[in-house]
Design a protein around this ligand. Structure first.
Ligand code: 26Q
Length: 811
């Protein structure tokens, strides 16, 4: 682990793995050589960890997730191995700069947003807390699209992240499983005379595993992320080959491999996409077969012991077919009785819900489902029959309740309700923030809560302080280490020790200096990617997240336009200067979200080029917001925009990343904002807007957006400017859909919160003008962010749901 040993290892990899003469070496070659050298250094810990849990003397968590948004690995692995200084020195000896080499790494974008990044933060915490665990997911060949902005519009480009190879993964072609698909079922009599069911698939493909090490911080524990990649089954291809049908064999291979080809870029379910169902079933069956193989072949344990040895967590409903698949494996393949199989299944699974939006609850049309997974549909019918009998026994004669709770929905065409399947098939169900978990029990899962109150709980999300503070904010890391020691890296509540420094003027000065340097760093990046110049002394007011109407990026735009309008109307006026920074992707098929991006860019273009206003405001849309650019964004923010309609954002995790980096929040009482405000203290949080129950009341009373316009001349002017084409070179059509929606059919009540938001922003500006007051609040935000560490969240999952305990790994 010395610098000299690392230098030697890098030099060796340049020679043996990269195989390029010194004269042609590029930073990318150095990146790959260093990555391989670092992976070598994790290998002993990785094998020791795997060896230690493989006998299952300790219980293991399996985190099933269709997305793992891991972000670049090199910097994080150096951090967690605690060899950053050695690596820097080693590269310097080779005439290279570590930061430049780190910047070369492409990021694996195997997720859409919050849910995928949460899975990655949780892997980091599970390893750091020394909990035996495996992440199971899909090795998409193409991750989330790369976003370019052309004439203000989003343009999607494919993300070919694997073209240059991935030094972090190890493929395990010997660890593969068969995946059946389509066809029909048959009954037969087994040797003991029992009736059994056999699934005769129409197609078979194969999943092969690619393993990536997940190194804990400062510990020997190095867990595994297993991602499945789809292949054609060799024997099938060979058969076609031998019969001379070469092209059919190739064809088959191509079709099979499409299964793990590309991540669906929607963060809401897209109705009835057969390939998406196949992706879900594909990774779930491979993962469960892997678990059963380890359990029975490696650890030699009876299947009845499954729940004592494994906790399987469903990251939303995307892997919820696992409930039916485990039943199938236990009953059809292992001849278990229904009752035993069911009690094992329920005791093994936990389900985390990430949304309340009814349109975002996953359902599958029966026609597609039955054709693809005929055996699973039979099992789901049987699960449903037994479940509904239980409901009938508890609530006799309540047929409406029966149809509300059924696993089969009858609204429109018949469909399988995956959230119901996940809830019935799990012993623990949780939401991702306190408010969200309460609303879950009061709305979408109300009937289930009434039946099984003890199943329901809350685990408020968290983010890893290693990546989102230590790695991405080295300036603050240094200051924190000097002030409270470095214990905060594994116990974020230690930041409480900062509180007393909030009153110390010289400390506040250092605090501001760190933030200013981070803002310069972001300004440089903004300049290189958009050509826009930002002044790092201005307030950086930031909203980065997927583009959605419920998140209300357009509400922030309305505020920008209101300031623009004021400045235009009173030329002498001056306001505290602000840079408004946006980032985020829109689902390619989400019409309104794409218009909102266009609106941001149109307003930006007008504002940024107008000398009347650009002396105190600028608007930036940062293209292709991802984990890598997040490293630059969160540490540079002064103001965090968390302005979703109350009751719609399950938790949010960006809100936490801003807070730990010392941004103040302007936000509604939604998701984890509620808890952020509680922790920070209401005086250190800018609250505005309707509460969740007020939102519901306004809606049931009949929301009339026009009323808000009639009562607010300033709002009317803002909307008028958009309507007359002020930001679109006179074109009145481009932004009309956004206006129409705000004015006539906005389920997210943006105009109802407009006045409160704009007034609250005036308070933000006043607070900003008092630099000492702002710094004081900023320090307290960081100091009180301890709750939002993913270590706290994972400790809760382990203690309350999984019953998975630390296992120290000896080398
Ligand atoms: C499902 C079926 C078909 C196609 C796509 C999907 C799909 C994919 C991704 C549905 C949802 C997602 C992602 C959802 C998500 O990111 N939700 C966010 O999860 C965060 C972590 O809990 C929360 O903080 C956010 O509030 C929530 O919006």
């Amino acid at each position: 682990m010395t610098a000299e040993a690392l230098r030697q290892a890098v030099a060796d990899h340049l020679l043996y793995s990269i195989a390029r003469p010194a004269a042609v070496l590029t930073p990318e070659h150095y990146y790959r050589a260093l990555a391989l050298a670092v992976r070598d250094r994790m290998q002993r810990r990785w094998m020791a960890t795997t060896q230690d849990w493989l006998d299952l003397s300790n219980k293991v968590t399996c985190y099933l997730s269709a997305e793992f948004l891991m972000g670049p690995q090199l910097g994080n692995n150096l951090l967690n191995l605690q060899i950053e200084d050695q690596a820097r020195e080693a590269l310097a000896m080779l005439g290279q700069d570590l930061d430049e080499i780190i910047a070369v790494e492409p990021e694996p974008g195997l997720g859409n947003g919050g849910l995928g990044r949460l899975a990655a933060c949780y892997l980091d915490s599970m390893a750091t807390l020394e909990r035996p665990s495996i992440g199971y997911g899909i090795r998409y060949e193409f991750g989330i699209f790369k976003q370019e902005i052309q004439e203000g519009w989003q343009v999607e480009k494919t993300d070919n992240w694997l073209v240059r190879g991935n030094p972090w993964e190890i493929d395990k072609p010997d660890a593969s499983y068969l995946v059946n698909w389509g066809g029909h079922t048959e009954t037969y009599e087994d040797v003991t005379g029992k009736f059994r069911v056999r699934w005769i698939p129409q197609r078979v493909l194969q999943g092969v595993s690619y393993d990536t090490p997940v190194q804990g911080y400062g510990v020997n524990t190095c867990n595994t992320l297993t991602l499945w990649s789809a292949r054609a089954v060799e024997s099938f291809a060979l058969e076609a080959f031998n019969t001379g049908d070469f092209y059919k064999a190739v064809d088959e291979e191509v079709i099979s491999e499409t299964v793990s080809k590309v991540l669906y870029p929607n963060d809401e379910p897209e109705a009835g996409k057969r390939l998406r169902l196949l992706q879900q079933y594909f990774f779930v069956t491979c993962s469960l077969q892997d678990i059963l193989r380890i359990h029975t072949d490696r650890a030699n344990l009876p299947l009845s012991a499954l729940p004592q040895k494994w906790a399987i967590q469903l990251n939303d409903t995307h892997p919820s077919i696992a409930v039916a698949e485990l039943m199938r494996l236990l009953i059809d393949d292992h001849q278990m009785s229904w009752d035993e199989a069911w009690s094992i299944t329920v005791a093994t699974f936990g389900y985390t819900n990430h949304t309340l939006l009814p349109e975002a609850l996953e359902t599958w049309p029966l026609s597609i489902f039955g054709e693809a997974l005929p055996r699973h549909l039979e099992l789901i019918y049987e699960i449903n029959n037994r479940f509904l009998d239980e409901v009938r026994a508890r609530f006799p004669g309540d047929e409406e309740r029966i149809s509300r709770m059924s696993l089969i929905g009858e609204d429109g065409g018949k469909s399988v309700r995956m959230a119901h399947l996940a809830t019935v098939g799990s012993h623990a169900v949780n939401g991702v923030a306190a408010l969200h978990s309460e609303l879950l029990k009061a709305s979408v899962l109300k009937d289930f809560y009434e039946l099984w109150p003890e199943k329901f709980g809350n685990v408020t999300n968290g983010v890893t302080p290693r990546r989102f503070l230590a790695l991405s904010n080295p300036g603050l890391r240094q200051l924190l280490d000097e002030t409270v020691g470095d214990g905060w890296l594994t116990d974020l509540t230690r930041l409480r020790g900062l509180e007393s420094y909030a009153d110390d003027a010289s400390f506040r000065e250092r605090w501001r200096e760190v933030k200013r340097a981070n803002k310069s760093r972001l300004a440089e990046f903004v300049h290189s990617s958009t050509g826009i110049e930002l002044d790092p002394t201005w307030m950086f007011d930031v909203q980065v997240k997927r583009i959605h109407e419920y998140k209300r990026q357009h509400l922030m735009v309305l505020h920008i336009i209101s300031l623009y309008n004021k400045l235009k109307n009173s030329p002498g006026l001056s306001i505290p200067p602000r840079a408004f920074i946006f980032g985020g992707k829109a689902a390619p098929g989400y019409f309104m979200a794409k218009r909102i991006i266009k609106m941001i860019n149109a307003v930006g273009e007008t504002v940024n080029s107008d000398p009347d206003v650009n002396r105190c405001m600028k608007v930036v849309f940062l293209p292709n917001f991802n984990v890598k650019s997040a490293h630059l964004v969160y540490p540079a923010a002064n103001l965090s925009e968390q302005i979703s309609t109350a009751g719609k954002e399950a938790s949010g995790t960006g809100n936490m990343k801003f807070m730990i980096n010392g941004a103040l929040t302007i936000g509604t009482l939604d998701g984890a904002n509620v808890e952020i405000r509680e922790e920070a203290g209401p005086e250190n949080f800018f609250l505005f807007g309707l509460t969740e129950d007020q939102v519901e009341r306004v809606k049931s009373d009949g929301y009339r957006p026009a009323a808000f316009v009639e009562n607010d001349p300033e709002l009317a002017e803002v909307l008028q400017l958009i309507a007359e084409g002020r930001f679109t070179h006179g074109d009145t059509e481009i932004l009309r859909p956004v206006l129409d929606s705000l004015l006539h059919h906005d389920p997210f009540l943006a105009l109802a919160d407009y006045r409160a938001y704009v007034d609250c922003q005036a308070k933000v500006s006043a607070a900003w003008e008092d630099g000492d007051r702002w710094s004081h609040m900023s320090i307290l935000n960081t100091a009180r962010s301890g709750k939002f560490s993913s270590d706290r969240a994972i400790a809760e999952y382990c203690d309350d749901i999984w019953k998975v305990w630390p296992m120290e790994v000896d080398l």
